[in-house]
Design a protein around this ligand. Structure first.
Ligand code: SAM
Length: 235
Protein backbone atom coordinates (compact mmCIF):
# COMPACT_ATOMS: atom_id res chain seq x y z
CA UNK A 1 0.00 0.00 0.00
CA UNK A 2 1.11 3.58 -0.64
CA UNK A 3 -0.39 7.00 -1.44
CA UNK A 4 -1.33 5.79 -4.95
CA UNK A 5 -2.56 2.32 -4.17
CA UNK A 6 -4.49 2.94 -0.97
CA UNK A 7 -6.37 0.17 0.88
CA UNK A 8 -10.11 -0.10 0.23
CA UNK A 9 -10.64 0.93 3.85
CA UNK A 10 -8.62 4.16 3.65
CA UNK A 11 -10.03 4.94 0.19
CA UNK A 12 -13.49 4.84 1.74
CA UNK A 13 -12.32 7.25 4.45
CA UNK A 14 -10.82 9.56 1.78
CA UNK A 15 -14.10 9.54 -0.16
CA UNK A 16 -15.85 11.20 2.79
CA UNK A 17 -13.50 14.23 2.74
CA UNK A 18 -15.22 17.32 1.29
CA UNK A 19 -13.12 18.83 -1.54
CA UNK A 20 -10.92 21.74 -0.52
CA UNK A 21 -10.63 20.65 3.11
CA UNK A 22 -7.91 21.51 5.57
CA UNK A 23 -7.38 18.07 6.99
CA UNK A 24 -5.89 16.63 10.15
CA UNK A 25 -5.21 12.90 10.05
CA UNK A 26 -4.59 11.73 13.59
CA UNK A 27 -2.66 8.49 14.04
CA UNK A 28 -1.52 8.88 10.45
CA UNK A 29 1.23 6.24 10.50
CA UNK A 30 2.77 6.40 6.98
CA UNK A 31 0.66 9.45 6.13
CA UNK A 32 -0.78 7.51 3.20
CA UNK A 33 -4.23 9.01 3.69
CA UNK A 34 -3.26 12.72 3.59
CA UNK A 35 -0.80 12.04 0.74
CA UNK A 36 -3.53 10.28 -1.26
CA UNK A 37 -5.99 13.10 -0.51
CA UNK A 38 -3.50 15.75 -1.66
CA UNK A 39 -2.53 13.80 -4.77
CA UNK A 40 -6.21 13.53 -5.76
CA UNK A 41 -6.94 17.20 -5.11
CA UNK A 42 -9.26 16.51 -2.18
CA UNK A 43 -7.50 18.81 0.28
CA UNK A 44 -5.71 22.14 0.41
CA UNK A 45 -3.38 21.06 3.17
CA UNK A 46 -3.01 18.57 5.99
CA UNK A 47 -1.53 17.97 9.40
CA UNK A 48 -0.49 14.35 9.95
CA UNK A 49 -0.35 13.63 13.69
CA UNK A 50 1.48 10.70 15.23
CA UNK A 51 2.23 9.88 18.84
CA UNK A 52 4.83 7.16 18.23
CA UNK A 53 8.33 7.74 16.93
CA UNK A 54 8.42 4.92 14.32
CA UNK A 55 5.17 5.87 12.55
CA UNK A 56 6.05 9.57 12.93
CA UNK A 57 9.34 8.98 11.07
CA UNK A 58 7.50 6.94 8.40
CA UNK A 59 5.12 9.85 7.86
CA UNK A 60 7.98 12.38 7.67
CA UNK A 61 9.77 10.17 5.15
CA UNK A 62 6.66 9.63 3.00
CA UNK A 63 5.85 13.34 2.84
CA UNK A 64 9.46 14.17 2.00
CA UNK A 65 9.61 11.48 -0.71
CA UNK A 66 6.62 13.03 -2.46
CA UNK A 67 7.80 16.63 -1.99
CA UNK A 68 4.58 17.47 -0.15
CA UNK A 69 6.31 19.28 2.75
CA UNK A 70 4.76 22.64 1.82
CA UNK A 71 1.23 21.16 2.07
CA UNK A 72 1.47 18.37 4.65
CA UNK A 73 2.97 19.06 8.05
CA UNK A 74 3.86 16.02 10.13
CA UNK A 75 3.70 16.61 13.89
CA UNK A 76 4.52 14.35 16.77
CA UNK A 77 2.10 14.36 19.67
CA UNK A 78 -0.85 12.79 21.41
CA UNK A 79 -4.21 13.03 19.65
CA UNK A 80 -5.49 16.51 18.87
CA UNK A 81 -2.69 18.16 20.87
CA UNK A 82 -0.79 18.53 17.60
CA UNK A 83 -3.41 21.03 16.37
CA UNK A 84 -4.05 24.64 17.18
CA UNK A 85 -7.63 25.93 17.31
CA UNK A 86 -9.17 26.66 13.91
CA UNK A 87 -6.24 25.20 12.00
CA UNK A 88 -8.21 22.44 10.25
CA UNK A 89 -11.83 21.88 9.27
CA UNK A 90 -11.88 18.11 8.83
CA UNK A 91 -10.41 15.41 11.06
CA UNK A 92 -9.88 11.78 10.11
CA UNK A 93 -9.01 9.14 12.71
CA UNK A 94 -8.72 5.64 11.26
CA UNK A 95 -7.54 2.18 12.19
CA UNK A 96 -7.98 2.33 15.97
CA UNK A 97 -10.60 0.99 18.35
CA UNK A 98 -13.76 2.97 19.04
CA UNK A 99 -12.76 3.61 22.68
CA UNK A 100 -9.39 5.11 21.68
CA UNK A 101 -10.94 7.29 18.96
CA UNK A 102 -13.57 8.54 21.42
CA UNK A 103 -10.87 9.23 24.04
CA UNK A 104 -8.82 11.23 21.52
CA UNK A 105 -11.89 13.35 20.67
CA UNK A 106 -12.85 13.76 24.33
CA UNK A 107 -9.35 14.83 25.39
CA UNK A 108 -9.03 17.22 22.46
CA UNK A 109 -12.50 18.77 22.62
CA UNK A 110 -11.24 22.36 22.76
CA UNK A 111 -9.45 21.85 19.42
CA UNK A 112 -12.70 21.01 17.64
CA UNK A 113 -14.10 24.54 17.52
CA UNK A 114 -13.48 25.20 13.79
CA UNK A 115 -13.93 21.60 12.73
CA UNK A 116 -16.93 20.92 10.49
CA UNK A 117 -16.54 17.23 9.83
CA UNK A 118 -15.23 14.16 11.61
CA UNK A 119 -14.51 11.01 9.61
CA UNK A 120 -13.89 8.11 11.95
CA UNK A 121 -12.98 4.54 11.11
CA UNK A 122 -13.06 2.35 14.19
CA UNK A 123 -11.80 -1.22 13.92
CA UNK A 124 -14.12 -2.26 16.77
CA UNK A 125 -16.85 -0.77 18.97
CA UNK A 126 -18.24 1.84 16.58
CA UNK A 127 -21.14 2.20 19.04
CA UNK A 128 -18.84 4.01 21.48
CA UNK A 129 -18.17 6.62 18.82
CA UNK A 130 -21.90 7.05 18.11
CA UNK A 131 -22.43 7.58 21.85
CA UNK A 132 -19.65 10.16 22.00
CA UNK A 133 -20.99 12.03 18.96
CA UNK A 134 -24.49 12.14 20.48
CA UNK A 135 -23.23 13.39 23.82
CA UNK A 136 -21.17 16.09 22.17
CA UNK A 137 -23.76 17.46 19.72
CA UNK A 138 -22.26 16.04 16.57
CA UNK A 139 -24.71 14.67 14.02
CA UNK A 140 -23.95 11.37 12.35
CA UNK A 141 -24.56 12.05 8.64
CA UNK A 142 -23.28 8.91 6.95
CA UNK A 143 -22.07 5.39 7.63
CA UNK A 144 -20.32 2.95 5.34
CA UNK A 145 -19.25 -0.64 5.86
CA UNK A 146 -16.76 -2.72 3.88
CA UNK A 147 -14.85 -5.95 4.11
CA UNK A 148 -11.18 -6.12 3.24
CA UNK A 149 -8.92 -9.15 3.68
CA UNK A 150 -11.59 -10.84 5.77
CA UNK A 151 -12.00 -7.92 8.19
CA UNK A 152 -15.12 -5.76 8.36
CA UNK A 153 -14.69 -2.02 8.86
CA UNK A 154 -17.12 0.82 9.44
CA UNK A 155 -16.61 4.47 8.51
CA UNK A 156 -18.65 7.05 10.41
CA UNK A 157 -18.99 10.64 9.23
CA UNK A 158 -20.31 13.38 11.50
CA UNK A 159 -21.11 17.05 10.98
CA UNK A 160 -22.16 19.97 13.18
CA UNK A 161 -25.64 20.08 11.66
CA UNK A 162 -28.04 17.71 9.99
CA UNK A 163 -31.07 15.55 10.52
CA UNK A 164 -30.88 13.46 13.69
CA UNK A 165 -30.65 9.90 12.35
CA UNK A 166 -32.06 8.13 15.42
CA UNK A 167 -35.69 7.20 15.97
CA UNK A 168 -37.50 7.19 19.32
CA UNK A 169 -38.44 3.51 19.15
CA UNK A 170 -35.14 1.99 18.03
CA UNK A 171 -32.62 4.47 19.36
CA UNK A 172 -30.56 2.03 21.46
CA UNK A 173 -30.36 -0.49 18.67
CA UNK A 174 -29.47 2.23 16.15
CA UNK A 175 -26.66 3.42 18.42
CA UNK A 176 -25.34 -0.13 18.50
CA UNK A 177 -25.75 -1.15 14.86
CA UNK A 178 -25.66 2.22 13.14
CA UNK A 179 -28.83 3.94 11.89
CA UNK A 180 -27.65 4.28 8.26
CA UNK A 181 -26.21 0.78 8.14
CA UNK A 182 -29.44 -0.64 9.56
CA UNK A 183 -31.40 1.01 6.76
CA UNK A 184 -29.01 -0.07 4.01
CA UNK A 185 -28.78 -3.67 5.34
CA UNK A 186 -25.87 -4.54 3.05
CA UNK A 187 -24.68 -8.17 2.89
CA UNK A 188 -21.55 -7.17 4.82
CA UNK A 189 -23.65 -5.60 7.58
CA UNK A 190 -25.73 -8.80 7.82
CA UNK A 191 -22.55 -10.88 7.93
CA UNK A 192 -21.03 -8.72 10.67
CA UNK A 193 -24.04 -9.01 12.95
CA UNK A 194 -24.55 -12.73 12.26
CA UNK A 195 -20.96 -13.20 13.46
CA UNK A 196 -21.69 -11.09 16.55
CA UNK A 197 -24.84 -13.10 17.25
CA UNK A 198 -22.98 -16.38 17.19
CA UNK A 199 -20.33 -15.10 19.60
CA UNK A 200 -23.04 -13.72 21.93
CA UNK A 201 -24.79 -17.10 21.84
CA UNK A 202 -21.55 -18.78 22.93
CA UNK A 203 -21.37 -16.33 25.85
CA UNK A 204 -24.95 -17.23 26.79
CA UNK A 205 -23.93 -20.91 26.88
CA UNK A 206 -21.05 -20.02 29.19
CA UNK A 207 -23.44 -18.11 31.46
CA UNK A 208 -25.65 -21.19 31.56
CA UNK A 209 -22.75 -23.34 32.72
CA UNK A 210 -21.64 -20.81 35.35
CA UNK A 211 -22.87 -20.57 38.97
CA UNK A 212 -26.26 -18.84 38.73
CA UNK A 213 -25.56 -15.70 40.80
CA UNK A 214 -27.94 -12.78 40.34
CA UNK A 215 -25.21 -10.99 38.37
CA UNK A 216 -24.84 -13.91 35.94
CA UNK A 217 -28.61 -14.19 35.55
CA UNK A 218 -28.95 -10.44 34.85
CA UNK A 219 -26.13 -10.40 32.32
CA UNK A 220 -27.53 -13.46 30.56
CA UNK A 221 -30.96 -11.85 30.41
CA UNK A 222 -29.57 -8.61 28.97
CA UNK A 223 -27.61 -10.52 26.35
CA UNK A 224 -30.65 -12.63 25.40
CA UNK A 225 -32.67 -9.45 24.97
CA UNK A 226 -29.95 -7.96 22.75
CA UNK A 227 -29.80 -11.18 20.68
CA UNK A 228 -33.57 -11.08 20.20
CA UNK A 229 -33.51 -7.44 19.05
CA UNK A 230 -30.62 -7.92 16.63
CA UNK A 231 -32.20 -11.11 15.24
CA UNK A 232 -35.37 -9.15 14.52
CA UNK A 233 -33.38 -6.59 12.54
CA UNK A 234 -31.57 -9.25 10.52
CA UNK A 235 -34.73 -11.17 9.61
N1 SAM B 1 -4.50 5.72 10.41
C1 SAM B 1 -3.69 4.68 9.81
C2 SAM B 1 -4.55 3.67 9.12
O1 SAM B 1 -5.78 3.71 9.34
O2 SAM B 1 -4.03 2.82 8.40
C3 SAM B 1 -2.83 4.00 10.88
C4 SAM B 1 -3.57 3.14 11.82
S1 SAM B 1 -2.49 2.42 13.04
C5 SAM B 1 -3.22 0.92 13.35
C6 SAM B 1 -2.82 3.43 14.42
C7 SAM B 1 -1.83 4.57 14.52
O3 SAM B 1 -2.31 5.48 15.49
C8 SAM B 1 -0.46 4.10 14.98
O4 SAM B 1 0.50 4.57 14.07
C9 SAM B 1 -0.30 4.74 16.37
O5 SAM B 1 1.03 5.12 16.62
C10 SAM B 1 -1.24 5.94 16.26
N2 SAM B 1 -1.79 6.41 17.54
C11 SAM B 1 -2.32 5.68 18.53
N3 SAM B 1 -2.75 6.47 19.53
C12 SAM B 1 -2.52 7.75 19.14
C13 SAM B 1 -2.73 9.02 19.73
N4 SAM B 1 -3.30 9.14 20.94
N5 SAM B 1 -2.37 10.11 19.04
C14 SAM B 1 -1.80 10.01 17.81
N6 SAM B 1 -1.56 8.83 17.22
C15 SAM B 1 -1.92 7.71 17.86
Amino acid sequence: MNETNLSKRLTLVAEQIPPGSKLADIGSDHAYLPCFALKHGLIQSAVAGEVNEGPFQSAVEQVRKLNYEDKIIVRKGDGLQVLSKGEVDVITIAGMGGPLISAILEQGKEKLSGVKRLILQPNVAANQIRDWLELNNWVLINEEIIEEDGVIYEVLTAAREGKIPYSKEKRNLELLLGPFLMKKRSPIFIKKWKNELSSWKKIVQQFEKAKQTSEVIDKKQQLLEKIKQVEEILQ
